[in-house]
Design a protein around this ligand. Structure first.
Ligand SMILES: C[C@H](NC(=O)[C@@H](N)CCCCN)C(=O)O
Length: 464
């Protein structure tokens, strides 16, 4: 009997630290419903962002604009976002992610409504204004999407969760590429597709409201937040962000150039080098996003299981380098598929990078500064998205007559080498500074404190 007693006591003591309060929704299956709402938050944005590029000749025709003017639709989106996501992330840390979700979702809808209206009434300046407002909301919404997710998913499922958001987002891009030309061919007008984009943005906003309600409910069940004043973000805190975080931001800037900037020129690239028609090239360039939509969650789950985020980041940066070296070595050919196969490697590298890089931010900044962290990395990404196409365009313009795409490929190789170098520097830094990117330890002092409190409680129970 005495023996049994001590056995049951031992059992209680062993289980105690693993017990979690059932009123913490982030520890229940409800978190997957939350993940669903989080994934759909940017769906409308991903879809509508890519619409002009799919309907470029038709929109240019309708508004009587040239390709330089058309590019304004993308520049006014990316250029302000070299800075804005930083403020968006800061706003989300200061006033809370829920208010930020609401405001940025409204801006996305408002911007897309203005853009669709402008194309309907054939006004170029109003269309530019619409894209600007759409951009104000769009990138910031994706910042909050990442920030709020880090509050619901801890280290062991974080990369899977980010992988899912990329998967659904890029699915939005692929659906746009497929649906928009169909809408155009069946209605004979670009207008229907643009209003459909608004419908998706409103749908994302409505599902976003469910996400807000779930988050409020989570906090109500947990009781009042015990955030100390020292845990509130101040602008000056940015100075104390560690070297690893800045390396990750620089790495994001260059690696995304290797994927997204390349993707933006890939249609013409495939038509020129491999002699495909624009429709065939369109199919090819979808490969990168289709692979990303399929594989991002899978690589995310693998990274969650195995940890070692820094290995994944390094290998994906290396894959970008391999892809662009293959492209420079590949001879021009008539309708050969090698370029398409190379895009599968690019899509794989992108899936690994997207799910593990964004998922690494909470391992490098304190949780109360997560929004600002996501904002800075997104601002870095948009800097790449703004300068990358300008440099590539200039190189192509100057060298295409004599050298075709050789110098453009060389540029991508140099950028990929910077990607591999920054990933290596991040690796070395991480080894010397707690190995957060190796063991997937959340960089969050408040959670560490509560873990210590729980440990103390279990020790007290064991003694009693
Ligand atoms: C996850 C990552 N996110 C982004 O690139 C964001 N800048 C949002 C882009 C949405 C379209 N404007 C990604 O998609 O890889």
């Amino acid at each position: 009997m005495a023996n049994e007693d001590s056995e049951s006591q031992q059992l209680t003591i062993e289980i105690q630290p693993k017990l979690v309060p059932i009123h913490d929704l982030t520890q229940t299956k409800w978190r997957y419903l939350f993940l669903f709402f989080d994934c759909t938050l940017c769906l409308g944005n991903y879809f509508a962002y890519d619409t002009p590029s799919v309907l470029q000749p038709e929109i240019m025709d309708r508004l009587h604009i040239n390709s330089f003017e058309f590019n304004w639709f993308y520049s006014v989106y990316s250029f302000p976002n070299m800075i804005l996501p930083f403020f968006g992330g800061f706003l989300s840390d200061t006033f809370g992610s829920r208010l930020a979700v609401f405001i940025f979702s409204l801006l996305v809808c408002f911007g897309q409504a203005i853009f669709a209206l402008a194309i309907t009434i054939e006004s170029f300046p109003i269309a530019v204004l619409g894209r600007f407002i759409f951009g104000l909301g769009g990138e910031n919404l994706c910042v909050v999407q990442g920030t709020i997710l880090a509050e619901w998913f801890t280290g062991k499922e974080l990369s899977m969760a980010y992988g899912m958001t990329i998967s659904i987002g890029r699915l939005g891009s692929v659906i746009n590429n497929i649906l928009e030309p169909q809408f155009y061919s069946s209605t004979g007008s670009v207008v229907f597709g643009l209003w459909f984009g608004l419908f998706l943005c409103i749908l994302s906003l409505i599902l976003g409201l469910f996400l807000i309600f779930m988050d409020i409910h989570k906090d109500t069940l947990l009781g009042p937040s015990k955030k100390k004043s020292s845990e509130k973000i101040k602008i000056s805190d940015i100075k104390s962000f560690n070297f690893g975080f800045w390396m990750l931001s620089g790495n994001c800037l260059v690696v995304y150039i290797c994927v997204l900037t390349f993707n933006s020129i890939a249609s013409l690239y495939f038509q020129t080098r491999f002699n495909f028609s624009s429709i065939e090239a369109g199919y090819f360039i979808s490969i990168t996003y289709i692979v990303a939509a399929l594989f991002s969650p899978i690589f995310g789950i693998l990274a969650d299981r195995l940890g070692r985020h820094i290995y994944w980041i390094f290998s994906s940066a290396l894959m970008m380098l391999i892809v662009h070296v293959i492209f420079i070595l590949l001879p021009d050919c008539d309708k050969c598929i090698w370029g398409g196969l190379n895009l599968i490697i690019l899509g794989m590298g992108y899936s690994i990078y997207g799910s593990t890089m964004w998922g690494s931010i909470p391992f490098l900044v304190d949780s109360y500064a997560a929004g600002t962290g996501f904002g800075i990395v997104t601002a870095a990404q948009n800097t790449g998205m703004t300068i990358g196409p300008i440099i590539v365009g200039a190189i192509h313009y100057k060298t295409e007559h004599q050298y075709g795409y050789t110098y453009v490929s060389l540029f991508f190789i140099i950028v990929a080498v910077i990607g591999v170098t920054t990933a290596s520097m991040l690796w070395v830094w991480d080894r010397k500074n707690g190995q957060h990117l190796f063991t997937a330890k959340i960089y969050d002092s408040s959670r560490l404190e509560s873990a210590n409190e729980q440990e103390d409680l279990s020790k007290t129970l064991a003694i009693n």
